[in-house]
Ligand binder design. Structure first.
Ligand code: CJB
Length: 824
């Protein structure tokens, strides 16, 4: 690389910013202030901010290339980034300058912020985690690159019609995307289909049998780079997302035959690969296009890393010294046979040599405990789409099963259980097994989850390779979810303990003594109340929803899934309503609460959609009831996303984390709420366990079965109807639904929900109902004492520093990646 001088950053002043902004508006956007639309000014603003980060980006990239440190490549099918503008302003220390500069031109930064459409390139927790991790890696100066997919349409836009979910396409690119940089000159060709051929290499004694892939069709991958700015540390890492295009050769050939329609069809076919994000969360989609997406992005990424980021002539035997590819769940696991193919077929490695390198280059994070969420690909499909990869997987499996037999003897049941290939109900590749066999380390995402992986989901593997298994508890970025989302709390905390917490969240511990300071608590309550006001305004503006301002704000936001148990929450609401309406509860004695839900259901997940309808219908009835509405209000804004979370989380008093124990791998919303001073009502599940240990039992409302208790009940036969029969409060709540109280008297509408709960109730909602109600009674009693409540809330903030994604990154670095931050 040559030493071309870098253009220096624009002047870090209001005048400098104004100059740069006007230049962008005139020269790039091609308009003048007087005639600019909000989108024009937003785009000019975004590009202006970009300029301030550009020199750092180029310097970081150059330093990585020159110094060739060990790097981390985070391979993830999802990056749920959220809006970029504020984060970039924060990283570049431009918040005040930009606001002032815009104001001097008669523009309002707040208005321009709202013009940004967030890139919804993920479904939920897993995608958002990836975004937090790359933020932390950049802030910690770790040489890292995120690799993923640039979906043309991200997660669907949710609307409600008569309370039911409808899905609309997410046109996030329509107004232009100022944060991305296309690099068509770095396009990569990706092959699919075709067949393999055997051939002999060398002669006589040196002759070796080899296999080669003769692909059937190809597409191009075009990289789009995104800046990942570190927080005021002079570093900007890269997120590289791939977009599919038809190959030119393909087009041309067909054009030459004069078939225009066919050429366009070929183009559409290729570009379909990155057209849309599969809206699945914790339930995999066994669709051919999804396997194409997975292979497409990892093939592009491996090629890119090897060809673009390594120096020419690099000895790939030492690849593991330069990179760890972190597999974010099973979606990128096809990278394992792909690297084997590159090493063996393209670089002439012997099999064993290639395997030695490959198994040192990958690490695997598992994000689930639900058996049905573990991805499998039918052999027939994988063989058709990636015939050479299937051969490689077979060979990996043969050698692996030899190792199993050598270690454990001829236990064919064990061999069948562990095999990468499942035989029933159809022959399929178990991606979690492939990942586990290939990875240097396998980690779960919270202590309990990692333990259950070792003891249950991957127990045979943990038996074979105990040292391979480790835990890294998830975390969230304090920049986005405290510093930016909660300016009031940030200012209060900074005033008390200085601003070091933004990059060293453990320092929040220094707040503990302030929990006992009545003045601090008063100001904390003031901040909470202002945050509620902000939320009320947002809901009014965004959704036309009017909610009261001064009630307990009880929030359950997450994907709609039966295991997360939104039904338990709505049964609580129904029961409160029932007891108020029947006079059992004196309405004047009930603590007023606003219950806010936010949840998208996978479009094909019928029961989840029924539950959404039930919540909306209960909300309509409760909110309209003359007595109940005095103390209860239900709000369910449609299309919950990162942007809404940023206003909602800081306003919450109560965080609902109520999954059946042993089902939620970690949760990360739970961390965001605790860090913003909400108290958690939760089960002993996922990272709730660690939150409770850290904040203390007195500041957390625990309820419900433990994982061993739930497992024992499941073992002996769970009978939900028994709880219904024995508990009159539960019976009345369920009967209200059954007799049509929330469906205009029509008993059929929610019959599937009721009969599912009474007949199967896979996630033991009914078993935990009473315990949950009791815990809610404790919540209510505690909330009546604002001093006690706000003391607990401050302690939640002070003791949650562990949940910074910076700490998660340190754990990955120490336990898995063994890479170092880049020094100056
Ligand atoms: N998770 O969001 C997803 N999608 C999946 O397909 C599987 C798991 C979630 O990942 C989060 C990040 O690790 C976890 O906190 C959460 O418990 C899990 O459901």
């Amino acid at each position: 690389m040559t030493d071309t001088p870098l253009i220096s950053s624009p002047e870090h002043s209001v005048e400098g910013f104004v100059r740069e902004f006007l230049r962008e508006l005139n020269f790039t956007q091609g308009t003048v202030l007087e005639r600019a639309s909000t989108n024009d000014t937003y785009l000019a603003l975004a590009r202006t901010v970009r300029h301030y980060l550009m020199a750092r980006w180029m310097e970081t990239t150059t330093a990585h290339y020159r110094r060739q440190p060990k790097a981390v490549a985070y391979l993830s099918a999802e990056f749920l980034l959220g809006r970029q503008l504020d984060n970039a302003l924060l990283a570049a220390d431009l918040e005040e300058i930009a606001a002032e500069a815009l104001a001097s031109l008669g523009l309002d930064l707040d208005v321009l912020r709202q013009a940004e459409v967030e890139p919804g390139l993920g479904n939920g927790g897993l995608g958002r985690l990836a975004a937090c991790f790359i933020d932390s890696l950049a802030t910690m100066s770790v040489p890292a690159i995120g690799y993923g997919i640039r979906y043309e349409y991200g997660i669907f836009r949710q609307t409600f019609v008569d309370g039911r979910q409808f899905e609309e396409p997410d046109h996030w690119l329509d107004n232009g995307s100022p944060w991305e940089f296309a690099h068509p000159e770095h396009e990569v060709t990706v092959s699919f289909g075709g067949h393999t051929e055997k051939y002999t290499e060398g002669e006589g004694e040196d002759a070796v049998e080899r296999s080669r892939w003769v692909p059937g069709w190809q597409v191009l991958g075009v990289p789009y780079n995104y800046m990942v700015p570190g927080y005021r540390n002079g570093r900007v890492n890269t997120l590289r997302l791939w977009s599919a295009r038809a190959t030119h050769a393909f087009d041309l050939k067909i054009f030459n035959y004069g078939d225009y329609a066919e050429a366009v069809r070929a183009q559409t076919f290729a570009e379909n690969i990155t057209k849309v994000l599969y809206p699945e969360d914790s339930t995999p989609q066994g669709k051919e296009l999804r396997l194409q997406q997975q292979y497409f992005f990892v093939a592009c990424s491996l090629r890119d890393f090897i060809d673009q980021l390594l120096p020419e002539g690099f000895d790939l035997h030492r690849l593991h010294e330069r990179i760890c590819f972190q597999l974010n769940d099973t979606h990128p696991v096809i990278a394992v046979p792909e690297l084997m193919r590159i090493l063996v077929d393209d670089h002439g490695f012997a099999w064993d040599e290639a395997w030695e390198v490959t198994r040192r280059c990958f690490a695997y994070t598992c994000h689930t405990l639900l058996p049905e969420a573990l991805e499998v690909w039918p052999v027939e499909l994988l063989g058709r789409l990636l015939p050479r990869h299937l051969e490689i997987i077979y060979r990996i499996n043969d050698e692996f099963l030899d190792e199993v037999r050598e270690t454990f003897g001829d236990d064919e049941l064990l061999v069948r259980r562990m095999s990468i290939i499942a035989e029933h109900p159809f022959r399929a590749v178990r991606m979690a097994h492939l990942a586990t066999v290939a990875a240097t380390k396998v980690n779960g995402v919270a202590e309990l989850h990692s333990q259950l992986l070792r003891d249950k989901v991957l127990a045979d593997f943990a038996n074979l390779w105990p040292d391979k298994f480790t835990n890294v508890t998830n975390g969230v970025t304090p920049r986005r979810f405290v510093r930016l989302a909660n300016p009031g709390l940030s200012a209060l905390v900074t005033e008390a303990i200085g601003d070091g917490w933004v990059t060293d969240l453990d320092r929040l511990r220094e707040l503990e003594p302030f929990a006992d300071d009545p003045e601090f608590r008063r100001r904390f309550r003031e901040v909470k109340s202002a945050n509620k006001q902000r939320l009320v305004e947002l809901l009014e503006r965004r959704d036309g929803i009017t909610v009261p301002t001064d009630t307990m704000l009880d929030v359950m936001v997450k994907r709609l899934h039966e295991y997360k148990r939104q039904t338990l929450k709505i049964l609580h609401v129904i029961s409160l309503y029932d007891r108020i309406v029947s006079g059992e509860l004196d309405v004047d004695q009930v603590v007023p609460r606003t219950i806010v839900f936010g949840a998208k259901a996978a479009p094909g997940y019928v029961m989840a959609k029924e539950i959404i309808a039930l919540i909306n219908h209960v909300g309509t009835v409760v909110n309209a009831h003359p007595v109940a509405s005095r103390v209860l209000h239900v709000a369910f804004p449609a299309n919950y996303d990162v942007t809404v979370a940023e206003t909602l989380v800081p306003a919450a008093d109560l965080s609902e984390q109520i999954s059946l124990a042993g089902k939620e791998a970690s949760g990360t919303g739970n961390m965001k709420f605790a860090l913003n001073g909400a108290l958690t009502i939760g089960t002993d599940d996922g990272a709730n366990v660690e939150i409770r240990q850290l904040v203390g039992d007195d500041h957390f409302f625990l309820f419900g079965l433990t994982e061993p208790e739930a497992a024992a009940i499941a073992e002996t036969g769970y009978r939900p109807s028994a709880y219904y029969e024995e508990n009159p409060t539960l019976r009345r709540a369920l009967d209200l639904v059954a007799k049509g109280e929330f469906s205009g008297g029509d008993r059929s509408v929610f019959e599937p929900v009721v009969s599912n709960l009474l007949g199967e109730d896979r996630f033991m909602v009914l078993a935990d109902f009473q315990s949950y109600l009791d815990a809610q009674d404790r919540v209510e009693a505690y909330y009546r004492d604002p001093e006690a409540w706000s003391r607990s809330a401050v302690l939640n903030v002070a003791r949650s520093g562990f949940f910074s994604s910076d700490r998660s990154m340190r754990d990955y670095l120490d336990r898995i990646w063994h890479a170092e931050p880049l020094g100056d």
